[in-house]
Design a protein around this ligand. Structure first.
Ligand SMILES: *[C@@H]1O[C@H](CO)[C@@H](O)[C@H](O)[C@H]1NC(C)=O
Ligand SMILES: *[C@@H]1O[C@H](CO)[C@@H](O)[C@H](O)[C@H]1NC(C)=O
Ligand SMILES: *[C@@H]1O[C@H](CO)[C@@H](O)[C@H](O)[C@H]1NC(C)=O
Ligand SMILES: *[C@@H]1O[C@H](CO)[C@@H](O)[C@H](O)[C@H]1NC(C)=O
Ligand SMILES: *[C@@H]1O[C@H](CO)[C@@H](O)[C@H](O)[C@H]1NC(C)=O
Ligand SMILES: *[C@@H]1O[C@H](CO)[C@@H](O)[C@H](O)[C@H]1NC(C)=O
Ligand SMILES: *[C@@H]1O[C@H](CO)[C@@H](O)[C@H](O)[C@H]1NC(C)=O
Ligand SMILES: *[C@@H]1O[C@H](CO)[C@@H](O)[C@H](O)[C@H]1NC(C)=O
Ligand SMILES: *[C@@H]1O[C@H](CO)[C@@H](O)[C@H](O)[C@H]1NC(C)=O
Length: 358
């Protein structure tokens, strides 16, 4: 009898599971719940935040065992399996050391991880980030990480977006070889943002051809700005200001149909400013100030989308091209500290709301 009951009971629970598993979304697996709670308990909450995060609530406060972890704030699960695939902990007021073997690294299905705007109190970036091998998006900006950026991050072969903006200049370092490795191995990389991270190398030649954004201001790049950068046909934003790059902008570039930001200010670039730049069909923001560009700016065929153009602090000569003043959407035109000559074309009066300065 007992045996029949047992069989019946097993059949019943099996059927129940069958019904429930098809009717309800899967729950967050227990090991992931534990990993998340363990992570939460590693930190205290910064109560007094006066910065950009002042309107955000500490998201992990809502994390507790009484509810499914897939319903916790900023935790996103895969619908079918219940695996945690996304953690958005931006501005979560987390404060404390980030353990090199943090339980976070057990969430091996994570695709997106945003830890920006927290305070990990100068912790190093653990090489175990490389175990999150499904990551496509990683943001460690303004989170108080310091030290050497681990080479192992280049194992994250699915990474598409990597963002590390810092306030503390050069608190984070990335050896020259590691940077090259990063670009070589991350073949899916689309957006790379490293601000005030000390790289101190030349710009390597091997890039993912998918790159749309290359924002590397104040990273101590030196050497020649490679022509190859201008052949990245998907590029939308090329921002390399405050480095020590030299050499010329190639006179002969096709492609770059989508480039809308070209920000190369405060380098040592020289030669002339080629007129193709002003003709780029998508260009809106152009800053070439504080370099050593010389010669005349040739007249060009305008794209009429540029709203900001600065060439100040160079050694440009000759007349100010009329085409520049004909740009329909131009709002900021900064030409000061050059050696322009001739008359300012009368079309300057056609500019709509310009702050025009020479
Ligand atoms: C909060 O921070 C502000 C400025 O950062 C400071 O003036 C104030 O005294 C702080 N308040 C507390 C309670 O710590
Ligand atoms: C657990 O989280 C739920 C939902 O966020 C909340 O209503 C409840 O008060 C929490 N329980 C504890 C013990 O913190
Ligand atoms: C890291 O943590 C995991 C899970 O808690 C544990 O199994 C492993 O032994 C730890 N590794 C080290 C090097 O501490
Ligand atoms: C590139 O990444 C793969 C993993 O995707 C790794 O096995 C390999 O060692 C990496 N190459 C280098 C040179 O680090
Ligand atoms: C770029 O990388 C490929 C393969 O990873 C290699 O064959 C090629 O030589 C590299 N090119 C340069 C210029 O480093
Ligand atoms: C411009 O590009 C074409 C085709 O790539 C090449 O044949 C030509 O030599 C280049 N001209 C200059 C001035 O670099
Ligand atoms: C001009 O660029 C140099 C580096 O090339 C930098 O040190 C300097 O601060 C810049 N000047 C201005 C006014 O931005
Ligand atoms: C540009 O600068 C380099 C040195 O960095 C110099 O050799 C070259 O002659 C300069 N070119 C022009 C056109 O000024
Ligand atoms: C500015 O241009 C004039 C002639 O156009 C030239 O005589 C002068 O040397 C130039 N000054 C500088 C600093 O290049």
């Amino acid at each position: 009898m007992g045996c029949v009951n047992l069989v019946f009971f097993m059949l019943y629970t099996f059927l129940c599971q069958l019904v429930f598993s098809s009717a309800l979304p899967h729950f967050c697996p227990k090991d992931q719940v534990l990993a998340l709670l363990q992570f939460k308990h590693m930190f205290t909450f910064k109560t007094n935040v006066s910065d950009i995060c002042s309107f955000s609530n500490p998201k992990t406060l809502s994390w507790n065992k009484s509810t499914d972890c897939c319903s916790w704030d900023e935790v996103h699960c895969e619908e079918m399996t219940g695996q945690v695939i996304e953690l958005d902990l931006r501005c979560s007021r987390l404060q404390g050391k980030f353990h090199p073997n943090s339980s976070l690294f057990q969430l091996s299905n994570l695709k997106r991880l945003d830890l920006s705007y927290n305070n990990f109190c100068g912790s190093p970036i653990s090489s175990k980030f490389s175990e999150l091998s499904s990551l496509t998006h990683l943001d460690l900006s303004y989170s108080g990480f310091t030290g050497v950026f681990p080479a192992e991050i280049s194992h994250l072969s699915k990474l598409q977006v990597l963002r590390i903006w810092t306030v503390d200049p050069y608190g984070l370092r990335l050896g020259p070889y590691n940077f090259e490795l990063l670009l070589k191995n991350l073949t899916q990389l689309r957006e790379l943002y490293l601000d005030s991270v000390k790289i101190s190398s030349t710009i390597p030649l091997n890039f993912s051809s998918y790159l749309t954004t290359l924002q590397l201001p104040d990273t101590q790049f030196h050497g020649v700005l490679p022509k190859r950068v201008f052949r990245l046909s998907n590029l939308e934003d090329l921002s390399l200001p405050y480095n020590s790059l030299n050499g010329l902008i190639p006179s002969n570039v096709s492609g770059l149909q989508n480039l809308f930001v070209l920000y190369l200010s405060s380098n040592n670039l020289n030669g002339t400013i080629p007129s193709w730049i002003f003709s780029l069909p998508s260009l809106q923001y152009l800053d070439l100030s504080n370099n050593s560009f010389s010669g005349k700016i040739q007249e060009f065929k305008s794209n009429n989308k540029v709203y900001f153009a600065s060439v100040k602090q160079n050694q440009l000569q000759g007349p100010i091209p009329k085409s520049l003043l004909d740009l329909k959407d131009l709002q900021f035109l900064i030409l000061s500290q050059n050696n322009f000559s001739g008359q300012i074309p009368s079309t300057v009066c056609n500019l709509k709301t310009s702050r025009y300065s020479t």
